[in-house]
Structures are given as structure tokens and as C-alpha cells.
Design a protein around this ligand. Sequence first.
Ligand code: KIV
Ligand code: NA
Length: 279
Amino acid sequence: RKKITLPTLQAMHRRHDPITMLTAHDFPSAHAADTSGIEVILVGDSLAMVALGLPDTNSVTLEDMLVHCRSVMRGAQAAFVVGDLPMGSYELDARQATESAIRMVKEGGVHGVKLEGGVDVVEQIRGVTRAGIPVLAHVGLTPQRSNALGGFRVQGKSVAGAVKVLRDALAVQEAGAWGVVLEAVPAEVAALVTKKLRIPTIGIGAGAGCSGQVLVQVDMIGNYPPGRFLPKFVKRFGDVWGETTRAIQSYREEVKGGSYPAEEHTYPMPKEEFAEFEK
Ligand code: KIV
Ligand code: NA
């Protein structure tokens, strides 16, 4: 498969070919996404919940992200890989954002970074893009700012809310972002924002009118323990968790019942050698 670059994604956008983006947090999940033809792999800070078992993304550090980025890069051959800048690594100013983004590229090996926010982070986006690092912006529901948003709520449901989403999207475009994630925004609003932008919009809970879509991989393949809250926009395309527990239960039962390991799983020894050894 040919390497996906920023120009590849821009060409896809021009011919209205939907951009598929999916998260990955380690070598196997990156390999699966890459070989399935996904164009953009996101090392999302959602790995806090889906890989580390944390309650939210707030405590994930840049160091944590670097470990996961390196693992993902070993499994990604063709995809364009974007690493999430975690909370606390970019909010202060352009300098902090640029330093963090440079580490993500140099030490994590990713091709670009994502950061959350609109009008509030234009200086950061300018700084990082000036350093030659492609920035994917993220507006609407921004999980790292959920305490300020009053929880994980749909954004842009009111006129004022929709105007804010549009203003944020236009601001990140002007600041130099190559694309923008629209999370949990009414489909009509996301479609109109997409029409007003030159850069692609990547939707998650934002309807089919976006230039592309993104989902958290463990959610869409159904690889999470019972009890994980899933927002309305997630479609479960598989049952990997069920398949995994079925396989592990079978292994356990076969060991208990004596049917595993069988002859074919063992190494033979020449009979004469064993006879000698037995003495
Ligand atoms: O961390 C993440 O997985 C994300 C996507 C849901 C956009 O930011
Ligand atoms: Na994220």
C-alpha cells in the first residue's frame, strides 16, 4: 500500500473521497487499522480509558503518549499517524505546544499532532505549524475541557452554540490546521461547517456531512469489558471482547479437562534417546 501523506489527504478531500480515521494505541491495533486500509491513525488520549483503565484522559502525560506512539509506529506502514497532545502539554502558549509537538514527532515518530480547542488555541496551532508539524484541530465536544463544558454533552445545539462551533472551526483553519475533528455536534451544523471550510472535517458523532469519520477502535470492534459507557454515535461493528473471552474460557476448560495440550502441540524425542534418559 502506498504511503498516505498530507497531499494524499488533501487530494481525497478535493474529490470528496471520505477520509477514514481510527484510533490505535499499540502495535497490534495499529497493524489492524493500517492493513485494513485506514488512511489516518490517531493515537488518541482516549487510550487512557481503553488501554490504561483510567476514568478519563486528564492524567495521561506526554511521556505516556510517547510510549504508545512508538508502539503504534511499529505497526503502521502506510497510514498517516496523528498523535494527541495530552492535557497539560500545550495550553500555556505556542512555545509549550511546539515543544510538545516536536517531542511527539522526534521521540514518538508520528507524522502530526492533534490538540483540542478553537479560538483559544490559535497561537498554539500557528506555532506548531510554523515548526513544520501538521496540526489536526478538534472542536465541538472537547473531552479535555469537559469540566468547563459541564460534562460530555452535545455542542452546538443552540444558535449560540452552533455559532461557537463555526467560529472555532474557522479560527483553527485560519491558524493553519490541515483538518478539524468535529465531535458531538448536530449533523446539520457539522454539514454546514464543512461547507464553509476549505479544510476537511473529521466527524465523530457529527453525522455523514463531514469530510471524514473517526471512531475509537476498541469501541467499534467491541473490545472493551462490560460496563463501558458508549455514546449514541458509536456503532459496534464486531464483538472482539466476546471472541476473546470465549477463546480464553476454551483454553482454560481444555487444560482442566486434559484435552490441551494434545500430541500435535508437543515436541517428540527419539525413543532410544528417551529409553537412555529414563535409566
Ligand atoms: O482520543 C481520541 O480517541 C479522540 C478521538 C475520539 C477524536 O480524540
Ligand atoms: Na483525544
